[in-house]
Design a protein around this ligand. Sequence first.
Ligand SMILES: Nc1ncnc2c1ncn2[C@@H]1O[C@H](COP(=O)(O)OP(=O)(O)OP(=O)(O)O)[C@@H](O)[C@H]1O
Ligand SMILES: [Mg+2]
Length: 255
Amino acid sequence: MLELQSVNKQFGGLRAVDDVNFSVQEGVIKAVIGPNGAGKTTLFNLIAGNLAPTTGKISFLGQEIQGKKPHQIACLGMSRTFQNIKLFHGMTALESVMVGRHIRSRAGFLAGMFHPPSSRKEERAIREKSFELLELLEIAEYADVEATSLAFGQQRAVEMARALATEPRLLLLDEPAAGLNIYETAEVARLISRIRDMGITVLLVEHDMSLVMDISDEIVVLSFGRKIAEGEPLAIQQNPEVIKIYLGEDEELAA
Ligand SMILES: Nc1ncnc2c1ncn2[C@@H]1O[C@H](COP(=O)(O)OP(=O)(O)OP(=O)(O)O)[C@@H](O)[C@H]1O
Ligand SMILES: [Mg+2]
């Protein structure tokens, strides 16, 4: 579904992403882990089109996408959430998800924000579909609450629902459990597994090792921009190089 070939991103003298190769098979949850500054978010920005690689090739569903704009890539069936939650003030949870229905094109996105769909029937369909996504993520009871006033975990769920509203085949989640307590994290883990079970492929950046080890089918480990390991959770936990970079940083993994 997704393939990265010798992908590089240079910021001045810094190789934030250094010759990274990996692929993501359809139907899996794949995680990208690594210490702070390893290049995980940069990698996501390259895949989603927020940044262009310095060199290298990225293919999505058989098409080369490196250097394409985010809305072009979204149209092909990729959607993402951000490390820092990006919800609009003054919009309810339901409205925030409805905006996602229009996010496929830039014009559509703005039109969706400022001009309600011309036909009532169309608006009703969008509203119903968006409400179904809130139900799926178990936050339908907050449909009419301002999204930015919700608890952190619920805001993450709204963001995920909004990303799903574009009907992606590949969903990129950048630190979906950041800032969540253990109960909320367990909840998010369950929701991500449910999304995968719906047939949506998930690529995930996450620091919470228990979440990563619980739900991922495969893991890629980055350190200083380079891929240092790739494999199933159990193999990654036992990989000496991985243990070395996490020693002192994550006792659970190092233990
Ligand atoms: N736009 C930019 N310009 C210059 N340097 C950047 C830019 N974006 C990221 N970097 C640098 O690239 C490196 C990788 O950053 P990145 O945000 O991708 O790391 P990360 O793995 O997501 O870290 P974290 O776990 O803290 O989110 C860091 O050294 C960072 O300072
Ligand atoms: Mg990051």
